[in-house]
Design a protein around this ligand. Structure first.
Ligand code: 4NP
Length: 154
């Protein structure tokens, strides 16, 4: 069983949505026996909290139930996970800095490396915006997570 970790800043908006989507899409693709998912944040801002109300609401509108308690990225995650997928370049840079000897570099990815529509772009931070930002994030993640799962596990 492989393990995939989705990483954003607060672990209350983007990465819990990515984790919820990955759980749903891996079942739909018939690969849920091959891989499991977790999420975390690079910051300590929201440790222990449930996802943002707007993320929960957006997930619900898209038929997805979120169940995650925010936690911060830990160096032990480098060994624990097979893929560590950051939502944007700032968070990728911050994780990369924690990998001081560069020994885990091949596990680190940017989420939108798997998005054909704007490859390599950031998943925009929806925290300071309105609900439409959450649907934009959802749509991006749906494409990207699906592509990742198809490429690696089907
Ligand atoms: P996330 O969104 O990284 O997608 O969970 C944010 C959550 C909280 C903050 C920023 C972004 N914050 O500044 O508290």
């Amino acid at each position: 069983m492989e393990k995939v970790l989705f990483v954003c800043l607060g672990n209350i908006c983007r990465s819990p949505l990515a984790e919820g989507l990955a759980n749903k899409l891996s079942k739909e693709l018939g690969v849920s026996e091959k891989v499991k998912f977790d999420s975390c944040g690079t910051s300590n801002y929201h440790i222990g909290e449930q996802p943002d109300k707007r993320a929960i609401q957006n997930a619900q509108e898209n038929g997805l139930k979120l169940n995650h308690k925010a936690r911060q990225f830990d160096k032990a995650d480098f060994r624990e996970f097979d893929y560590i997928i950051a939502m944007d370049s700032a968070n990728l840079t911050n994780i990369n800095k924690l990998d001081q000897e560069g020994q885990f570099e091949e596990k680190l990815y940017l989420m939108r490396q798997f998005d054909d529509e704007d490859k390599g772009a950031d998943v925009p931070d929806p925290y300071f915006g309105g609900p439409e930002g959450f649907q934009q994030v959802y749509d991006i993640l749906e494409r990207s997570v699906k592509k990742f799962l198809v490429e690696k596990y089907t």
